[in-house]
Design a protein around this ligand. Structure first.
Ligand SMILES: [Zn+2]
Length: 272
């Protein structure tokens, strides 16, 4: 079987860039975590698919068979699993500066996503104490099709509730916020023990693959989401998800700035 080489990861620079930005502001405490094992990944995927990805027999979500790219996904998924676990344990807001989850299906992938860290993290905390129901709130601009497929295929819809703006095709900020308000209202009422929040920066109107919200509206989105922690005491583990703006000099400062606002609101309830 032939496998394509190359493949460009537009999100590959983000974890380093946002961590540098937050660390410089003394905003974060960094926790150690373990990479995801095959058994962890099997919470969302068929074992043949997992083996074929690591053996280089099946292309990963970046469209290549590079073993280093495949290995790196153990760390993004492991990071998000740790964020979910610590959020539950400390009843807190935690962040995993990772992305590349929601297009990964049970035995298939596309769109820079290889393994579905959302489902793996949800099921790993559901296997532990004090968690009976998890909400995946996916505010990446694109539809969480892989997430939905796995929930349907594994019959998880009672314990994993899924809200993805990308399935709504909102045509205006007003439609977007009415979807968000409705989803947050449901999450507040349904006895959710943990929210897994995809704070996608590609919902921005200038994103080449997005979006229709301006900076103030993105901040309002984040403020509304984190109110579920402040007003309803629901722990939240969030990640970066998509975000593809580049400045003319090639840097990703616009995306870093969006994530900075999200982190600021996660910490303070408001953007200063
Ligand atoms: Zn996206």
């Amino acid at each position: 079987m032939s496998c394509p080489s190359g493949g460009y990861s537009p999100s590959g620079e983000k974890p380093d860039a946002v961590l540098a930005d937050w660390s410089q502001r003394n905003w974060v405490e960094i926790e150690d975590f373990a990479p995801a094992t095959d058994e962890d990944l099997a919470l969302a995927h068929c074992m043949d698919y997992i083996q074929c990805i690591f053996d280089g027999m099946t292309a990963n979500g970046h469209g290549n068979c590079d073993p280093d790219v495949a290995e790196s996904t153990r760390w993004t998924v492991g990071s998000f699993m740790a964020a979910a676990r610590i959020a539950v344990q400390d009843r807190a807001i935690t962040c995993s500066p990772s992305s590349g989850f929601h297009h990964a299906g049970y035995d298939n992938n596309h769109g820079f996503c290889t393994f579905n860290g959302l489902i793996v993290a949800a099921r790993s905390v559901l296997d532990g104490p004090n968690v009976n129901r998890v909400a995946i709130l996916d505010c990446d601009w694109h539809a969480g099709d892989g997430t939905r497929e796995i929930i349907d295929r594994l019959g998880l819809s009672d314990e994993v509730l899924h809200y993805s703006s990308g399935f709504q095709w909102p045509g205006s900020a007003q439609q977007y916020f009415s979807w968000l308000r409705e989803s947050l209202g449901q999450i507040a009422e349904k006895g959710i023990d943990l929210i897994l929040y995809q704070a996608g920066a590609d919902a921005h109107k200038d994103d080449p693959l997005g979006g229709l919200l301006d900076n103030d509206e993105l901040a309002e989105r984040d403020r509304m989401v984190f109110e579920l922690y402040r007003h309803h005491q629901i722990p939240i583990a969030w990640n970066l998800a998509g975000g593809y703006q580049r400045d003319e000099d090639g840097t990703i400062e616009k995306v870093v700035a969006i994530h900075r606002t999200t982190m600021d609101i996660a910490r303070n309830g408001n953007h200063q």
